[in-house]
Design a protein around this ligand. Structure first.
Ligand code: ATP
Ligand code: MG
Length: 332
């Protein structure tokens, strides 16, 4: 069975974008792949997080993984910090990544271009840690939204170079898997921007733990255009296109069919339809979320997941340390 790995960093409450672009797909893959999903709590402190809020977000993220349908006996679920090998291999990867490569990462460049201040070294070198996260488990595939594709490509470059230097049996070179529908859900109040949990944009963003009625309202007040025709046209009608993508991703109905069915409808009527789908999706997820939180099983699930992950990760790290020449003890 091929192995698949993914993670989400709980820099805030998970969004509908995270659900459509990531979580929902992980769930559909777990029967066909050996799935490893972790909570990237090291990545989230590359930007300051209020400790108490972060703790809550971590727990919510695990509960939402489970509520979305990940099953611990099919998917290994754990916290990144519970497997120390991530940070250790992250350092080795940083020593095998060129500054030029990091300078080309659009996510960091965008933040710089926006004039954000206080950008940390951790944020700059985050792709090295992400490479370690993936390579530690010899993952064949990494399902990501479009925004993360470049980081997986960097991981490939680093792995290929490392294999060339130290031997082809070092790392499996992973491939990114980007979903067709919903790879980039846009902000509802500015469809030129990605819906992102760290932007704290309450109007433009639907959080999975939003009151479902409020989420429906946000859909109904989404920014559209003045063309008055329901078309799938990301360039000229990004707002309507975003709503079509949301509906298609959540119901599984083809984009063409949604467009054909709604072609004579006004925006208001179409928005009501999408709002109902979103409201129902959130209600279902939240009912399961509540059950999971009430069950008190999260710690146990994370401990078991970490144990499984450590087994794979420690073997890999030892092998890589030996190859690089930084350990001399003979270990079994
Ligand atoms: P941040 O603002 O902190 O970067 P984020 O919402 O972009 O948060 P990430 O933790 O960076 O979330 O990404 C988690 C997963 O969700 C990744 O696979 C990413 O590609 C996917 N994802 C994030 N936002 C969207 C979106 N708007 N549409 C589709 N997929 C998304
Ligand atoms: Mg992101």
């Amino acid at each position: 069975m091929k192995r698949m790995l993914s993670a989400i960093k709980p820099t805030g409450q998970l969004t509908l974008g995270n659900y459509i672009g990531a979580l929902k797909n992980f769930v559909s893959y777990q029967d066909d792949y050996e799935m490893i999903c972790f909570i990237a709590n090291l990545h989230c402190i590359t930007v300051y997080q209020k400790p108490e809020e972060l703790k809550k977000n971590l727990k919510d993220a695990v509960a939402l993984y489970l509520a979305a349908g990940l099953e611990p006996d099919k998917t290994t679920i754990f916290l990144q910090t519970d497997v120390l090998e991530h940070a250790q291999l992250g350092y080795i990867m940083a020593c095998n990544t060129y500054l030029g490569e990091l300078n080309r990462m659009t996510q960091f460049k965008d933040k710089q271009a926006k004039g954000e201040t206080g950008l940390t070294a951790g944020l700059y070198t985050y792709p090295c840690l992400m490479a370690a996260d993936i390579l530690l488990y010899d993952a064949d595939y990494v399902p990501v939204g479009e925004d993360q594709k470049q980081h997986v490509e960097l991981t490939r470059d680093v792995a290929i170079r490392f294999n060339h230097k130290y031997g082809d049996d070092s790392f499996v070179v992973p491939e990114p898997l980007v979903t067709k529908v919903g790879k980039r859900i846009m902000s509802l109040d500015d469809p030129s921007r990605k819906m992102s949990k760290s932007e704290h944009n309450d109007k433009g963003c639907i959080y999975l733990l939003d009151d479902p009625k409020l989420a429906a309202k946000k859909i109904k007040s989404a920014v559209t255009d003045s063309l008055g025709k329901i078309n799938y046209d990301p360039i000229n009608q990004p707002g309507i296109t975003n709503l079509i993508e949301i509906e298609s991703a959540l119901t599984g109905e083809d984009i063409d069919s949604i467009v054909a069915r709604n072609k004579d409808k006004g925006y208001g009527e179409f928005k009501t339809e999408v709002a109902e789908v979103v409201e129902k999706t959130l209600s279902d997820i939240q009912a399961r979320y509540k059950e999971i939180i009430d069950s008190g099983k999260i710690d146990e699930i994370l401990e078991e997941g970490a144990m499984k992950a450590r087994k794979i990760a420690s073997k890999k790290l030892k092998k890589i340390e030996r190859k690089v020449g930084i350990e001399i003890k003979k270990r079994k």
